[in-house]
Design a protein around this ligand. Structure first.
Ligand code: PNS
Length: 163
């Protein structure tokens, strides 16, 4: 069984993420989309909300399941018999950011990182940018599934009211 993990913050999941997950699901027997904690990023959605959105967004992919993790990604890989970490690369900035993590993860566990080049249509899309634009009332409908857009706009409105 070739099992891979697509780790990320997914705060929230974007169409760019989903393109990578879908393409990984064609390469591996099983793909686990795992929401982790990036200590350097502030969060819009709770872990439970992010997991729920990922479950809905990947429901059409039979060999994909969703999980959360809190500690090291390599511990998650060991516990789940995962030997491949899949990451999307939008450009050289992503590569600079991802390479040391891939090397550290390979040092920590028997796991390879596989990079999939992003579709150019998604090369400028990130959760951070989508949240920022939505927070100021901008239109991000092209970049997230419709049900995520509703949640995002509702959360942005709550936050602007200070709720
Ligand atoms: O979507 P992101 O924010 O780029 O995801 C980053 C994430 C959550 C995949 C990364 O921060 C991570 O793997 N965190 C778990 C803790 C860990 O293993 N850190 C060491 C990485 S070498």
């Amino acid at each position: 069984m070739r099992r891979a993990v697509c780790p990320g913050s997914y705060d929230p999941v974007t169409k760019g993420h989903l393109d990578i997950v879908r393409r990984a699901s064609r390469i591996f027997d099983e793909v686990i989309v795992a929401t982790g904690v990036n200590v350097s990023k502030s969060r819009f959605f709770s872990p439970e909300e992010r997991l729920g959105m990922l479950e809905t967004a990947t429901a059409d992919l039979p060999n994909v399941r969703v999980a959360g993790f809190t500690g090291l990604l390599t511990d998650f890989c060991r516990d789940n018999d995962v030997h491949a970490i899949v990451k999307g690369l939008r450009g050289s900035g992503d590569f600079e950011y991802e390479l040391p993590m891939a090397q550290m993860n390979a040092h920590l566990a028997d796991v390879e990182t596989v990079f999939i080049p992003a579709d150019p249509a998604h090369s400028f899309v990130s959760s951070s940018l989508v949240k920022e634009v939505a927070s100021f009332g901008g239109d991000v409908a092209a970049f997230v599934p419709d049900f995520v857009l509703e949640r995002l706009n509702a959360r942005a409105a709550e936050r602007s009211r200070g709720a």
